[in-house]
Unconditional design. Sequence first.
Length: 152
Amino acid sequence: MSPVEKHETIERFNLRRFFPYRFSILEQRLSKAIAQKYMTDFGLSRVEWRVMASLAEFEKTSAREICEFTHLEKMQVSRAISSFKRSSIVLQKKNNDDQRLTELSLTKKGWKIYRKIIPLVKAQEQNILSVLSETEQKQLHKILNKLEQALD
């Protein structure tokens, strides 16, 4: 059997209909659309924004915990933290209970930037979700929760 004949017996695979591919492309497009706000106005990368948002959510946390929460690579988080420390956006100090660990938190400057970004990204999120009805938005969140649980 020739290589051409061998391939003819295989069912054609439609990548554009493959859920993981479509979801990945959608995630990239969503991130890019929202990132325009904090990149243009604040010079933050996507990784830096996710690190900042994590720090705001947990107030005091470690780089390891940020990696676990965001699913970002350790090196990406480390670079973002280093950049933030140079810009006085993040404070890093030793953990009182375990001196081997460090705690990260936003500085006043970091909180000020974060508070300016939040309304922008929320508005962008609402703009994107506005094509869905309120019921569809609830269904979307329910479906996302189910998929996350299935992957856990």
